[in-house]
Design a binder for this molecule. Structure first.
Ligand SMILES: [Zn+2]
Length: 384
């Protein structure tokens, strides 16, 4: 998945679809009204960390414009390389080595590497990066001394010192309590930027000392253009994926990698239904042999997909075309296929698919499972 990210240069221009919040903070900065502690909130995948980095870059830039950092001064260039000495990061981590206190800096090179790829990633992505998706990462108590020490140092570049705290809801209570005073009375020219996915779980006294900046789900058209530019999708593909991604870059990236699989499922599903309708036993036998070669996990993916298509096509008989949860290819197929799925067969097909899933899980020979499914589908699909 990481391979499809491209290296992103920071700055508000690279934050997707958060223009309003960006102009709010840049205006506040120029007017000298920027609070010294900000908590960036908003739905998953809307670009909170990207926004936090852009803000850090803006306050440290020596030659900012009205709306963005210059991208060229020493400070900007150091931030792009993730090497700025006055930008400090706090983020949830797992224990890396035995014996010593656990702090973010244990993982700082992996963290910087991740940011250089793209600031759009989830906690689950970060856990995978640390090599253990099963451990619960935390911001440990020892972190509060660390951040206190760093912020008490003189600014290396002579400008702002910024502490970016990613996911303060993962901070243990002792750490959060220790940070309170520092956040309330920070050293001069210090900015705290917290990035929270679940602000309701941040220690209330700590959250109360910050000013919230709420980001919004990315608008479909903006997300669509981003997908075309970054991933080389066609207009139609990008539109479909943007529509199904609920304003989240993370969801969109996931949907892109799913789409190859979905395409294979779609092709297989349409073949099954067409041959079943034609009662073409010979082709259905070929189809089941073809399916048998897919592997058990993909069998289940296909069957769940078929179950979803069954439901969607049934529902498509009652809905207007613009509210469905199908991509354009599926919707085009549904125009003619949907009438074949009705109250007399929708539940039968559902049961048939469920039964096939059970058999696949029980290691029944897949050739038999799919051939049985295909033959019984002939009867069901004629039942209109
Ligand atoms: Zn600059």
């Amino acid at each position: 998945m990481n391979s499809i990210h491209t290296i992103t240069k920071g700055g508000f221009a690279s934050v997707i679809g958060q223009q309003e919040a960006a102009s709010m903070v840049t205006q506040a900065m120029r007017a000298g009204r920027l609070p010294h502690a900000i908590m960036v909130c908003g739905p998953s995948g809307c670009g909170k960390l990207s926004f936090a980095l852009a803000l850090a870059k803006y306050v440290c830039c020596t030659n900012p414009s009205e709306s963005d950092s210059c991208g060229e001064c020493i400070s900007c260039r150091l931030i792009d390389k993730q090497e700025h000495p006055d930008i400090h990061f706090v983020f949830p981590v797992i224990r890396k080595k035995d014996g010593s206190a656990v702090v973010s800096d244990d993982w700082i090179s992996e963290w910087r590497q991740r940011l250089r790829q793209s600031p759009y990633f989830s906690l689950a992505d970060w856990c995978r990066e640390m090599g253990d998706p099963n451990k619960q990462p935390l911001i440990y108590t020892s972190e509060s001394n660390e951040i206190q020490r760093k912020l008490s140092l003189k600014s290396a570049m002579g400008g702002y010192k910024v502490a970016i705290i990613w996911l303060p809801e993962k901070m243990n209570a002792e750490c959060a309590n220790k940070l309170l005073k520092l956040v309330e009375e920070p050293p001069e020219k210090t900015l705290f930027i917290m990035v929270s996915e679940e602000p309701e779980y941040v220690l209330p006294t700590l959250a109360g000392r910050t000013q919230r900046v709420n980001l919004i789900p990315i608008e479909q058209d903006i997300l669509k253009d981003y997908l075309i530019e970054k991933f080389g999708l066609t207009e139609t593909e990008a539109k479909d994926i943007a529509r199904l991604s609920e304003g989240s870059v993370l969801q969109a990236i996931q949907n892109i990698s799913l789409s190859d699989e979905e395409k294979a499922c779609f092709d297989s599903f349409t073949t099954l239904m067409r041959q079943a309708w034609r009662r073409d036993i010979r082709s259905l036998k070929d189809w089941s042999e073809q399916m048998a070669s897919w592997g058990r996990e993909r069998h289940k993916i296909f069957l769940r997909y078929a179950a979803r298509m069954n439901r969607e096509n049934f529902m498509a008989n009652f809905r207007t075309p613009d509210i469905n949860y199908m991509n354009s290819e599926e919707a085009a197929f549904a125009v003619r296929f949907a009438p074949f799925i009705n109250e007399r067969n929708v539940y039968g097909i559902e049961e048939l698919i469920e039964e096939a899933i059970t058999h696949i899980e029980q290691n029944v020979n897949p050739k038999m499972v799919f051939f049985d499914l295909a033959v019984r589908m002939i009867v069901l699909i004629k039942n209109r």
